[in-house]
Design a protein around this ligand. Structure first.
Ligand code: C2E
Ligand code: MG
Ligand code: MG
Length: 708
């Protein structure tokens, strides 16, 4: 019964359309008709094995026994019908072609049968249609089976994608998300069902990752086919989830990229673990302070920053004086507790950028960053004194902690980490050998200055109560009228032994210790008080300006203090001017704008002091409500000799005028500078050639004077 055949229409061996031999089931009551069909098909070149049944029972058996590739069925048979046969076949196999071959099926019955699931019908007296019909139906059945199998496969894969714990997404070429699995939604914190708008990259990734994907990763994938690496997913509204991610390009048959897919796996646990390991590798287990290794790292970055910005860095080597005794007499647990408490207190002395590290046993290292000048390192020493002025409780005992401290300074004592650490170490040994609780700078000259500074700081504490501060006044002269337009209040310290101490020597100490807040308030009150006296003497139209430090400006109660001073000192707000440097307002421009607006609303004037020396962006000038720009003294000093400075002064004057601000030139020392300023339409001038800062009593004599 087997003949190898060729599908003539498509010149394709049937064996490729059907694996194995074709299996034909004939439902027919007339055996001759069945044989006729067989002969006809064979004559057409088909090779098959076949079986013939003529009843429901026979059909059931045949269907149970095996699978059939095609069923040819008569329509009306005694005791059985084509439609019944159809039902039985369909129940078993929805795809197998079922062709009615009938001598007398009417048009209506044929249509009914096709509606019920028959694939076609062929009239017995026109068997010429049989071959092409069988051929076509076999092909269509195969394609139905294939797409059913493909659909099943797709469902299985989709089930796997939905069950995995990784995010899987399909992205179209524009970055639209065509598919996102369940785990993806869960990782992103999106609801499970998504009837909402279509998702885009920005719903899946933080902005910087979207930028990296579109500018770097996707172009790479389009070129190379795939990319893998670490990125992050958006996790809820604002947080990020670190992931390892793979992106693949998928091409159509012509090789064009049809879509991209991506798989992302949550690696937050691993990251935490890595961070923990890194922390352990860089920190001391007992105190949790950075270890020597990490300190060197931080120290070199601090030096790099200092080099760039022309700042100082101090490194302090601290050796606990009494540690060995504590350890020997109270035991190791007490020693550990002491070290931990020392670490905690040391941290309190530092600003966020500074570093304190445990160097070994009972040695600690401090790196103090971004200092204006070398003396600022001393304020750290005084903070250390303060935080260790109270004893540490170790079990039932109280221990006073003292250190021998060595200090080396960048750039004075070296320009690299090794030299500076070595010098701090040397200085520490000198301190130790000169007796306990001592400090030594590496350079002897700093030791002398340091001594002086610490003494001065101790005296400053008493200066306010003892009434040792004075507010001097220096006039600002109106260049057009030649009259005093305002007085700048400048603080002086009458030290009982040292005499007059200039502000640059003690303002940094006040700032470091926080004493600038009460002292600043004294200045403000004093300015208002003096102004009241001028009014009484008939000179009330001049204004008085006071300098405001960063700590004052950032003080939460700054505005309150101004309001109270204005009220209690009966000061007209528009006669008071506050001088603030660019750097102070630029620390937090948003908060500064708010504060400046409130001051403006109060009617108080504001001036930018030392203009040109600080923040280089001019954009802020138009945003802040200001009244005055004060060109820094350094530009005025070299006005005659440095053409660059002349250009800066000229440009500052025109900038101020265009922004509707008044402009003051500070530090005018010569007639030629004055002439230059007058020529370039500067509003006000202040400087030694007009008047030095004068004590309070001498100020009223300035008002009737005229300069020209
Ligand atoms: P500043 O606000 O820029 O004040 C101007 C400084 O330049 C004053 O120095 C003044 O005496 C000096 N000066 C004025 N004309 C000339 C001149 O023609 N040539 C030279 N070489 N110098 C001139 P002073 O009084 O020593 O004050 C220095 C700085 O101390 C001030 O600079 C200000 O930043 C700060 N300061 C002074 N008083 C106070 C205060 O009450 N509070 C705060 N926070 N800082 C103050
Ligand atoms: Mg000033
Ligand atoms: Mg100034």
């Amino acid at each position: 019964m087997t003949i190898s055949l060729v599908d003539k229409e498509n010149r394709m061996p049937l064996a490729s359309a059907h694996s194995g031999l074709l299996r034909l089931l004939i439902v027919e009551d007339m055996e001759d008709d069945a044989l006729l069909l067989v002969d006809h098909l064979r004559a057409g070149g088909w090779d098959f094995e076949w079986c013939h049944v003529d009843s429901a029972g026979g059909l059931r058996e045949a269907l149970a026994e095996r699978c059939w590739d095609i069923v040819l069925s008569d329509y009306s048979m005694p005791g059985f019908s084509g439609s019944h046969a159809l039902d039985m076949v369909r129940e078993r196999d929805p795809d197998v072609p079922f062709i009615l071959v009938s001598g007398a099926i009417g048009e209506r019955a044929a249509v009914e049968a096709i509606k019920a699931g028959a694939n076609d019908y062929v009239m017995k007296d026109n068997l010429a249609r049989l071959l092409p019909t069988v051929d076509r139906e076999l092909r269509e059945a195969r394609s139905r089976r294939e797409s059913r199998a493909a659909e099943q496969e797709r469902r299985r894969l989709a089930a796997i994608l939905e069950a995995t714990t990784d995010l899987v997404a399909i992205l179209d070429r524009r970055g639209g998300v065509r598919y996102l699995n369940l785990a993806g939604r869960a990782l992103l914190g999106l609801p499970e069902a998504s009837a909402e708008r279509p998702l885009g990259l920005a719903d899946l990734f933080p902005e910087r990752v979207v930028r990296r994907l579109t500018t770097e990763i996707f172009p790479w994938v389009r070129r190379e086919g795939s990319w893998s690496g670490e990125t992050a997913l958006l996790n809820g509204q604002h947080s990020e989830l670190p992931v390892s991610q793979v992106v693949l390009a998928h091409r159509d048959v012509s090789g064009r990229i049809e879509y991209l897919s991506t798989i992302a796996r949550d690696i937050s646990e691993r990251k935490r673990f890595e961070a923990e390991l890194e922390h352990r590798a860089s920190h001391d287990g007992l105190t949790d302070l950075p270890n020597r290794h990490f300190l060197i790292d931080r120290f070199s970055s601090a030096l790099q920053r200092a080099r760039r910005h022309g700042r100082c860095v101090a490194v302090l080597f601290l050796d606990l004086n009494n540690f060995k005794r504590v350890n020997d007499s109270l035991g190791h647990a007490a020693g550990d507790a002491l070290l931990r408490e020392v670490a905690r207190r040391l941290k309190r002395c530092l600003r966020p950028n500074d570093t304190v590290a445990r160097h070994g046993g009972d040695e600690f290292t401090l790196v103090v960053d971004d200092l204006n000048h070398a003396e600022s390192a001393l304020s750290v020493l005084s903070k250390l004194n303060t935080v260790f002025s109270t004893p540490v409780d170790v079990g039932a005992h109280e221990v006073y902690v003292t250190f021998s401290t060595g200090i080396a300074l960048y750039p004075h004592d070296g320009d690299n980490v090794d030299d500076l650490l070595r010098h701090a170490d040397t200085a520490m040994y000198r301190a130790k050998s000169s007796g306990s609780s001592q400090y030594r700078f590496y350079s002897p000259e700093m030791n002398a200055r340091g001594q002086e500074f610490l003494l001065l700081e101790a005296d400053l504490g008493r200066a306010i109560e003892q009434g040792e501060f004075r507010l001097y006044g220096q006039p600002q002269i109106d260049m057009r009228s030649g009259r005093v337009a305002g007085i700048e209040g400048l603080i002086r310290w009458h030290h009982p032994q040292r005499g007059m101490v200039p502000p640059n020597d003690f303002i940094p100490l006040l700032e470091n210790s926080g004493m600038i807040i009460p002292v600043g308030e004294w200045v403000l009150r004093e300015a208002c008080r003096q102004h009241r006296h001028w009014c009484a003497a008939g000179f009330g139209s001049q204004r008085i300006s006071v300098n405001v430090s960063a700590a004052q400006f950032n003080d939460d109660d700054f505005l309150g203090k101004i309001r109270r001073a204005l009220r209690e000192e009966a000061m007209q707000p528009q006669r008071l001017e506050l001088e603030i440097t660019e750097n102070v307002v630029m620390q937090d421009p948003v908060a500064a704008t708010e504060l400046l607006c409130e001051l403006h609303a109060l009617g108080v004037r504001t001036a930018i002091d030392d203009f040109g020396t600080g923040y280089s962006s001019l954009g802020y000038l138009k945003r802040f409500p200001l009244n005055v720009l004060k060109i820094d003294r350094t530009f005025v000093t070299d006005l005659d000799t440095d053409p660059g400075d002349a250009v800066i002064v000229e440009a500052s004057i025109s900038l101020a005028h265009k922004l509707g601000l008044e402009i003051v030139a500070e530090g005018v020392e010569s007639e030629s500078q004055l002439a230059f300023l007058r020529q370039h339409d500067c509003d006000l001038a202040q400087g030694f050639c007009l008047s030095r800062p004068l004590p309070e009593a001498d100020v009223p004599a300035l008002f009737p004077r005229q300069w020209n």
